[in-house]
Design a protein around this ligand. Sequence first.
Ligand code: PEP
Ligand code: MN
Length: 358
Amino acid sequence: MIIMEKDATQEQIKYVVDEVKKHGLRADISRGEFRTIIGLVGDESRISFAHLAALPGVKEARMVETPYKLISREYSELFEGKDESHVIEVGDVKIGGDEPVFIAGPCAIESKAQLFRIAEEVKRAGAHVLRGGIFKPRSSVHSFQGLGSLGSEEATEALTWLHDAGQRFGMPVITEVRGESQVDLIAEYVDILQIGARNMYHQDMLSRIARKGKPVLFKRHFGASVEELLSFSEYIAAEGNKDIILCERGIVPVGKGKSYTRYTLDLAAVPVVQKETYLPIIVDPSHAAGRRDLIYSMSCAAIAIGASGLVIEVHYNPAEALVDAQQMITPSELGRVIETCKQINRVVAAGKKKVIAA
Ligand code: PEP
Ligand code: MN
């Protein structure tokens, strides 16, 4: 991390950046209200910090040992001069602001009629962003893989429906990118690119998605520690894309007996992540629980602990859904979740101002 003097000139900044590049590293330049910070991306042992510190216009060159830094609070505080969280704006929707954001829609898009009906009903229930899977990461090759797997024409058609449903009902749209070959196509149609839990560790795909310059929903792998979630999100930030929405969606259950839920929702990850990074974190109770009767309680808990929003799977007739039928709630149930969560958020936010953070 190179901290420039407050009055460092553009020439001095350029000189430092060129010096960084000469040593085979990349530079992440953050120009804040306060000062310019240059984050080094790559193997820092290739460059001498004493040499960097001596360059004109450099106030301090500091080695940061953590596996993530571009997304750390420490980093943003340096150039912003204050502790600010990052608010990601997608159209009119603000993610990470004062109000929780609700992302809702079917697990998988099955037809145009199904998607449009769900889109209309989730919008009425108060959702802000429309989700719908096209390239589904299924455990069995024998189950429905999403319309994306049927060929490029079907994929493009489904992407067009998603885009059009978003336009019609006034919601930005999101879908999962399952492989690198899908990145360019999907980025043409959606507002937010989703990286699913199974792909959290796929560095090349993260970089490629990041370079699209669109907001990314980054889901925690079910076997990943919080540190790994943050380290891997740094691959997105390293491409200059800081519009990363982190998502807690449950980790593997422990013990030999029945666990009763599909995964274990790690709620503590929410405030921990908020202390470590300025990025927003949301919660997916649908995949964590795997059962609809728990969605209301888990949603309330997630908002109470300070999540910036929720991703919830919704269907007007859950029983007929081709994927994840057991965890879908109806649009009217979604409406009740949203209404209660908004109230909880108001109460928690008001109380938080009075509590001294540890
Ligand atoms: C999804 O959101 O559609 C999904 C498959 O979730 P996850 O990657 O968390 O399993
Ligand atoms: Mn699903």
